[in-house]
Design a protein around this ligand. Structure first.
Ligand SMILES: [Cu+2]
Length: 266
């Protein structure tokens, strides 16, 4: 009897463990469970996640415990033959309560989520720098205000060119798409922001410490979707300035075809 009861519990446990492990070991090694936030909007989304998840887990455990208690306490073998439990159909108080309670929970979740969305996905105007993030099949381009563009072409290996930023700097991000819809997502930094052809979306970030964080395209965008890895690298201001000087020097050393002199007509 005990062995028969354990089998489904073991199966459930193994299924849950398999799910958690499979979600942790995806390409790019992004943990979808508890990424440590390094930007205020990442922190806001983390808080939202916690404030929705913890009550949801408490409600889930409460409902399952009540269900189990009823199943065991009032099981058929413990009741007299022909027993019919009390009938509560049409109970106005209960009907109103179990309609209003979920409504309040869902409205609270949507109000809180909407407030976070409004705060974290707005075109800010007090930024210290701006970058245009453009998605294409299959990679990302980051255009800085001085004309430098970092090309982050997709690769299955995941070792893409990093998008480099200085720490403690409020950066406005403007998202564009050149072919189909992509979605820029670095869980520790911000929520998913769609890069849509013909329509600009906005977000921002302010990374609090030097380091490297991974993300990926979160919108199925074609055969190379899984190669659209993202690496964001935050540096101290002096390191960032040196990096930017190197980019400018490299750009000046190899001018683009459009800036070279036109060929002399023959
Ligand atoms: Cu994509």
């Amino acid at each position: 009897m005990v062995a028969r009861a354990r089998a489904p519990i073991t199966t459930l446990g193994l299924a849950a463990a398999a799910f958690l492990l499979s979600s942790c070991s995806g390409l790019g090694s992004i943990s979808p469970i508890f990424p440590t936030p390094v930007s205020p909007n990442g922190q806001d989304i983390y808080n939202l996640y916690i404030w929705i998840s913890i009550p949801a887990i408490i409600i889930f455990i409460g409902v399952e415990a009540a269900l189990l208690w009823v199943v065991l306490r009032y099981r058929r073998s413990k009741q007299p033959v022909g027993y019919v439990p009390p009938q509560i159909h049409g109970h106005n108080g209960l009907e109103v309560a179990w309609t209003l309670a979920p409504l309040v929970v869902v409205l609270a979740i949507s109000a809180y989520s909407f407030a976070v969305l409004l705060k974290d996905f707005q075109p800010i105007n007090n930024q210290q720098m701006s970058v245009i993030v453009s998605g294409h099949q299959f990679g990302w381009d980051y255009r800085y205000e001085n004309g430098i563009v970092v090309h982050q072409e997709g690769t299955l290996a995941g070792d893409v060119t990093p998008f480099v930023l200085p720490v403690n700097t409020l950066v406005k991000l403007q998202f564009q798409g050149t072919d189909v819809i992509h979605s820029w997502w670095v869980p520790a930094i911000s929520g998913k922001t769609d890069a849509v052809p013909g329509y600009d979306n906005y977000s921002w970030l302010k990374i609090s410490q030097p380091g490297t964080w991974r993300g990926e395209c979160a919108e199925l965008c074609g055969a190379g979707h899984s190669t659209m890895q993202i690496i964001v690298q935050a540096m101290d201001q002096t390191d960032y300035d040196q990096w930017m000087q190197a980019q400018l020097a490299a750009m000046n050393a190899s001018p683009s075809p459009s800036s070279s002199p036109s060929p002399t007509p023959s």
